[in-house]
Design a protein around this ligand. Structure first.
Ligand code: CA
Length: 330
């Protein structure tokens, strides 16, 4: 197998706090022998498990990068038992461009795993996570939110796994994270995901959707900070107690949880995030903007539940996810 060209300026085996970069050679017009410099922090002390914390898997989601740049600057090695590896912005070119995908190769980090050491920039980053960072980790937290085109109720999420013992450990991490909602998430397409790569290696993997619209709020940031802290306590890396918090368990049993647009135009929501819907209820109307005098196209909930996610911008295109409905687990 080809060696990955990324050079880490930090030593993962050294005790203490190190701030550095994953240095990825990227020759281009404005820098012939240049590199993409992806910030990384490693904090190691005593013996214990390793947690790998990431944000910016999608470059237009900000709770993860904000909470993790903060944590990287604040966490002291004396507080750590084991090792914490922090990459605040995983798809760094996408993050710098405020885009979901990379401006270099259009790579969507969460669709290219396991990556390629001789592939595109995005594929090389994925390969470095796949073959270098993930194998070092016991606990993996990847903080997402909706980005510029989606917005969610704040939830932490696990997947249904064949390995039920691993799923139970992921669920324990989700409980500890302490988001107002805890989701068993059904992916539209799980292939190529970082999540799947980590789960297949048997890692305790937790992801989140903490808001969206391409920005943060004080509430979603507070949740990202507290949830990350709780995650590290639950992993046994930080001392302390996880304060018990109320969370509503949600499930997505099948594809009817997703409502997809079959038209384009102006979208008018009839239901807000967190509100209950019954199967068949109108969740949104889409107005044709190419002519006047047309009736809007109505979109209906495919099942009973609550609205946990929706399209964010005021205009929709055909094929956009309009609504995500999940079912409370009582
Ligand atoms: Ca995302």
């Amino acid at each position: 197998m080809t060696t990955n060209p990324i050079n880490s300026t930090v030593d993962f085996e050294r005790d203490g706090v190190q701030h550095g970069w994953l240095e990825l050679p990227y020759s281009r017009d404005d820098s012939a022998w240049g590199a993409v410099m992806i910030p990384i922090t490693v904090i190691k002390n005593r013996r214990g498990p390793t947690a790998l914390l990431t944000g910016g898997n999608h470059g237009d989601e900000y709770e993860g990068p904000t909470a993790l740049f903060e944590l990287a600057g604040a966490l002291r090695s004396e507080a750590v038992r084991g090792r914490v590896i922090i990459v605040p912005a995983m798809n760094y070119p996408a993050f710098r461009a405020a885009r979901r995908t990379s401006p270099i190769d259009s790579g969507n980090m969460n669709r290219v795993f396991p990556g390629r050491p001789d592939g595109t920039v995005t594929e090389k980053i994925a390969d470095y996570f796949q073959r270098t960072l993930l194998p070092m980790a016991d606990y993996v937290l990847d903080i997402h939110s909706g980005g510029k085109t989606l917005v969610f109720l704040p939830f932490a999420a696990v997947h249904r796994l064949e390995d039920r013992a691993l799923q139970a450990r992921c669920e324990a991490a989700m409980e500890a994270f302490g988001a107002p909602y805890s989701m068993t998430l059904l992916e539209i397409d799980a292939s190529g995901m970082y999540d799947t790569a980590a789960e297949q290696m048997g890692k305790v993997f937790l992801s989140t959707e903490l808001g969206g619209g391409g920005t943060t709020t004080p509430e979603t940031l507070a949740l990202a900070r507290q949830g990350t802290h709780n995650f590290l306590i639950q992993a046994g890396i930080l001392d302390g107690e996880v304060a018990p918090s109320k969370t509503l368990r949600l499930d997505m049993p099948d594809g009817r949880c997703y409502v997809t647009s079959r038209s384009s135009g102006l979208i008018a929501y009839c239901v807000g995030l967190g509100e209950q819907v019954r199967e068949g209820d109108v969740v949104a109307r889409v107005y044709d903007v190419e002519r006047t005098g047309c009736s809007p196209v109505t979109y209906h909930a495919g099942r009973n539940g609550i609205l946990v996610g929706r399209h964010f911008p005021g205009l929709v295109q055909m094929g956009d996810v309009v609504a995500v409905v999940a079912q409370p687990v009582l």
